[in-house]
Ligand binder design. Structure first.
Ligand code: AMP
Ligand code: ZN
Ligand code: FE
Ligand code: FE
Length: 279
């Protein structure tokens, strides 16, 4: 039995609807999946229903963007209470930051004579948590770039003309927010962010786990993080980070996390929920 604990839908920058995602997961034979859209949990209700119908276990989640010592890192929150008021009002702020950032990116594109409109991006994104992949897709749709890679390379990457940094919470704030909503906080794809040096501090701040298995982690990278997880007594997770067709090809199925890790995640979530209730 296997799980994929890192998946996106069109409630953020993936292209599949929750129902489509669940259908793909089912075809791959997963026993459990987690939905981890950026700064939102809106897709979770629909995904939960689709999973129940497919007799697959569903884990509600999200992926928050944080910063620690000047490094961007992503924190996955699992088994959070998706109705928690403080959690929802905090992520609503990050959704607003994302929407304003789209307008700023479009203004910068216009400054370099790329005639994209913010409306074109918002129409295409059709969600509360738009991001750079939506701008890239809008550029391609408008015939202003040949493909997504070109859009990122020419305009959207760091140090390119339309790159706009995003306001980020601290890693400790992200961990606390997830814990407040009774969830489990996991550092996403550490191999992509090269942030090993912050792991001891984050473990101290209550980090629960590390995403050791990820599409972009080599076998040796995964082994490296398994060793770190062991050293700091952190849970082990893994997922494909599938964005549907947004990254050229669907990645679901490329990472198969052994189910035993899901059981450990659930045990930790029970502890976090009890702690959140105790205040
Ligand atoms: P944002 O949260 O708006 O900064 O956008 C981040 C998203 O853009 C993540 O899903 C990344 O995987 C994706 N992304 C970053 N760089 C590239 C790239 N060069 N090509 C395609 N997608 C990218
Ligand atoms: Zn994404
Ligand atoms: Fe990420
Ligand atoms: Fe992701």
């Amino acid at each position: 039995m296997f799980a994929d604990l890192h998946l996106h839908t069109n409630f953020s920058d993936g292209t599949y609807s929750p129902e489509e995602l669940v259908a793909h997961a089912r075809r791959h034979g997963f026993a459990a999946i987690a939905l981890t859209d950026h700064d939102t949990v809106e897709g979770c209700a629909t995904a939960a229903i689709a999973c129940a119908e497919a007799e697959m276990e569903f884990i509600p989640g999200t992926e928050l963007t944080a910063e620690q010592d000047g490094n961007e890192l992503h924190i996955l929150g699992y088994l959070i209470d998706t109705q928690n008021q403080r959690f929802l009002s905090e992520i609503a702020k990050f959704q607003l930051v994302r929407q304003n950032r789209i307008r700023e990116m479009v203004a910068r594109l216009n400054q370099v004579n790329v005639p994209l409109t913010a409306e074109a991006v918002f129409t295409l994104a059709n969600c509360r948590a738009p991001g750079r992949p939506h701008v890239a897709r809008a550029l391609v749709e408008a015939g202003l770039c040949h493909n997504l890679d070109e859009a990122f390379e020419r305009f959207l990457k760091k140090n390119r003309p339309a790159f706009v940094p995003k306001f980020k919470m601290s890693a400790a704030d992200a961990i606390n927010l997830i814990h407040h909503a009774g969830g489990v906080a996991v550092m996403a794809h550490p191999g992509l962010n090269r942030t090993d040096q912050v792991i001891p501090d984050m473990a101290e701040a209550g980090l629960d786990g590390i995403e050791c298995f990820h599409t972009k982690h080599s076998t040796s990278t995964a082994e490296h993080y398994l060793e770190i997880a062991d050293r700091f007594h952190l849970l082990v997770t893994g997922g494909s980070d599938c964005h549907g067709m947004s990254k050229g090809k669907p990645l679901i199925g490329t990472v198969k996390l052994p189910y035993q890790h899901v059981e450990k995640l659930r045990v930790r979530a029970e502890e976090r929920k009890a702690a959140a209730l105790a205040g």
